[in-house]
Design a protein around this ligand. Sequence first.
Ligand SMILES: [Zn+2]
Length: 280
Amino acid sequence: MESTALYYQESGKTNPMGISLALIAGLAAASVLGFVYAYATFYIPFIYFNFLLTYFFGFSIGYAVGKVGSLGKVRNSRVLLLSALAMGVIGIFFAWVFWISAASGGELMSFNMNTTWFFIQLIAMEGAWSIFGFTPTGGALYLIWIVEAGIILFGVIAAVGAGMGSKPYCESCDQWLNTQKVTERVRGVANPIGFRKEMEGKNYDALKKLPEVTLGARNRTCVQLSCCPGCSNQHYLTVDKIERSTDSDGDAKENTTRVLENLRIDRLAYEDIMEWGKQF
Ligand SMILES: [Zn+2]
């Protein structure tokens, strides 16, 4: 049955192969990066760097699950999110196993959960590291570990969607659509809410009348179109607003916000917008 929704909605369909591949990718990331993360945090005593590392450890696991899940044609972001969180928890466990191994000069290494938990309790009594002459132990240290695990899982959650991407899927042809950038050389949308209403009402003039700007402009709009290469019956429009600014170091920085994502359009509108984009 054809959906009548304004925007693309994932069907929620999964397949055992896609889920298995996503889990294997997540497990690979959790073990390899768990090892790297454990040794890096043990040997590199920079708190700020460790903080970023903690986030990227989780992010990589989530990204791997999302990316491979999408390659395996999983159209269910909730299932992939739960899979990624499970792999994130396993990653935290691996990080502990390898950290204990690093801290003991390779002498203590066990993948047994009870043994690892026993070591963790010993470390909590002794303290794991010092900062400004202060060595957190007991409750304070457990709290820090809980925050650390929270940052890892937060990284996982933030990454799954990024790994999956936002391409729509054609259920009749059983494949992801092709997405193509039409232009990013028109002025930024001034009123995103009003613009969205115009687009939803199929009044594409609001888009086509945006004046041309250079790539260095402070405000630009990026227009993308998706089309099913199989049936040519599915068309979607995605619009981003790109704001360019200069940070305190004088470097240009671009901030992208999504104005609309995968708005369903008909074939005529698709061809019309594609044709319009050729002038840039
Ligand atoms: Zn199709």
